[in-house]
Design a protein around this ligand. Sequence first.
Ligand code: AP5
Ligand code: MG
Length: 212
Amino acid sequence: MRIILFGAPGSGKGTQAQALAEYYKIKRICVGDILRQEVNKGSSFGKMVKSYMEKGLLVPDELILDLIKKNIDNKDFILDGYPRNLSQAAQLEKLFSEKNIDTYVFVYLYVDRETIINRLSKRLICQDCGANYHLINMPPKKDKICDICKGNLIQRKDDTPKVIRKRWEVFLKESKPLLDFYKKKDKFIKIDAKAKKDIVFSRIIKLLDKCD
Ligand code: AP5
Ligand code: MG
């Protein structure tokens, strides 16, 4: 199973990618998490991408393509956060053809703007393992401590009202052409992702199992 997971900021890509990767026992490639790790390490790559992320802008395509090339092989995977625009989609198609990858499912998580703002303004992430929480919807068992690795839970730097607004604008601008591109492909799934985590997960696997 190869899955491309797409959706607005806060639509639940990370949450569902984690659950799907466990369920199908496939590798999860989360571009945002990889970028944040590089920023936290202070690597030269991290220094190049930091200011884009802090402003809620897309990192240049060439930088992201290098990262994707390093992470994709012939094994099954779930891609969280790539591609985000038409040119990335074209680059990914080319990469797939070089690697003889001919089947995948594109999953679009649809959520309205109000839900997104509510989710992002109350999100916490683990600064060590990147696991996702929500103060109301998915709270940790112990206040501000990660259930999985006991790391500290923090707010993401790009989860401020100003940067959330910018990320949403970028999504609105880029999403229509990208969705039009993937709708023409065989395996396009649109999921109403406003429901609870487990319900959204069941909806996704029900449709994915039909595609297999
Ligand atoms: P990225 O980290 O991918 O951020 P994003 O796309 O803005 O999406 P989020 O991670 O904020 O949301 P999500 O959809 O994963 O939702 P989550 O599951 O966390 O990218 C960050 C930045 O990196 C970009 O802005 C850009 O600068 C750069 N970048 C990344 N990819 C790039 C690319 N391809 N090209 C160029 N630049 C790139 O859920 C959100 C919250 O809601 C959580 O609190 C969660 O607990 C909660 N929640 C989730 N599901 C539910 C549910 N069903 N019910 C209730 N609450 C829920
Ligand atoms: Mg995410």
